[in-house]
Design a protein around this ligand. Structure first.
Ligand code: BYC
Length: 320
């Protein structure tokens, strides 16, 4: 990442020392332009992921197998809308508008997590998303609670608590399926087969191919590298799958005594970049749905703006 604006050296070194001292940067504090831009990029991508991530699950609300499952799934999807809103608000404190972030998502300029471009084919996929996708998300997000940017770090505390509930509801769905009929267990295994590799890829490119990692670690935005978090997730999840009696779609997965970690097979980075670049199984469907929802919500935004204008005019009149 290159620095485009000449910034006073003394401010830059005071900023670096402040961050190194584990102090939080707040919206009105001076910050390097590249720090501001990288946070806008990451936080808006995170917010978009929450909002787009509602689609593969929302698709199952009407088909959840019981009232209890429907209530749980609705609560989870609503939480995700809430996470998107906290995150958009955190990004707004950096000087970017919500309209701009929406426009960047819909034009394809801003990314969202690759994982949400895969289809949810059976009810077991809802279990697998909670277990694996939310499990990966928590692994990545707990360290962000200590991010150097105050509004992002604080938003993450509540988000992580809710993600933890999401992960458990997913694992519980998987547990029930695995304790059920042969067909239910087969569904659970099939969901793990399809969601495993995309979940492993969620952590982003390997450290050697991650252009932003070094600077983000120095700025205490990231605390651990993509590969470190991926390994933590793999080690944790293998044991959970053992308990379920499920197997992984990876013949090379094995415990490495020397490293004290599980080794995995080769990640298909071509698949990852194909999805990130917009050509995954559901990218076009996700964006078409998001754009349609945005257009259909125009009248709501206009009504809310007109109401706010009216309230402001009344307050000004009363104060005059
Ligand atoms: N998908 O240098 P790198 C959820 C991009 S939602 C797409 O390693 P960085 C949930 C990356 O943006 C959870 N793109 O970047 C919701 C960069 O491209 P640009 C979502 C990816 O920023 C609903 C390029 O690859 N979580 O939990 O240092 C239901 C190079 O990467 C991906 C977050 O957003 C990917 N997977 O590290 C259920 C967490 N990975 O921008 C659950 C916050 C990488 O230069 N974000 N790229 O064009 C982060 O922690 C970091 O931004 C990342 C990437 C680890 C994702």
């Amino acid at each position: 990442m290159t620095q485009t604006v000449a910034e006073p050296e003394h401010l830059r070194s005071a900023f670096d020392a402040y961050v190194a001292d584990e102090k939080k940067i707040e919206p009105k504090d001076w910050m390097p332009d590249t720090y501001r831009r990288t946070l806008i990029r990451q936080i808006s991508q995170h917010a978009h992921s929450e909002i787009i991530g509602m689609q593969p699950e929302g698709n199952w609300i009407t088909r959840a197998p019981s009232l209890r499952r429907k209530v749980g799934l609705m609560a989870k999807v609503q939480d995700e809308a809430g996470h998107g809103l906290y995150l958009y608000s955190a990004a707004e404190t950096l000087g970017v508008s919500r309209d701009q972030m929406d426009a960047d998502l819909m034009s394809g300029k801003a990314k969202y997590s690759s994982i949400f471009n895969y289809p949810t084919l059976t009810w077991a996929d809802i279990g697998a998303i909670g277990w694996l996708v939310d499990g990966a998300a928590i692994t990545n997000q707990i360290p962000i609670c200590r991010c150097s940017y105050g509004p992002y770090a604080r938003a993450m505390i509540r988000i992580c608590k809710e993600e933890s509930f999401h992960q458990r509801q997913g694992y519980e769905i998987m547990m029930k399926l695995c304790q059920g009929t042969e067909e239910q267990k087969r569904m659970a295994q099939d969901a793990l087969n399809r969601w495993w590799w995309p979940s492993v890829m969620m952590f982003g490119p390997s450290d050697a191919d991650s252009p932003h990692s070094a600077q983000n670690m120095a700025w205490r935005i990231k605390r651990f590298s993509n590969d470190e978090l991926r390994q933590r997730f793999i080690d944790m999840t293998v044991k959970q799958a053992d308990y379920l009696g499920l197997t992984f779609p990876d013949p090379d997965l094995k415990w490495n005594e020397e490293r004290g970690h599980y080794d995995i097979g080769e990640i298909d980075w071509d698949e990852f970049w194909t999805v990130v670049k917009g050509n995954g199984p559901c990218n076009r469907q996700r964006m078409a749905h998001r754009t349609r929802a945005h257009d259909e919500g125009t009248w709501v935004r206009e009504a809310a703006t007109a109401f706010a204008d009216k309230q402001r005019a009344r307050q000004q009149q009363a104060a005059a």
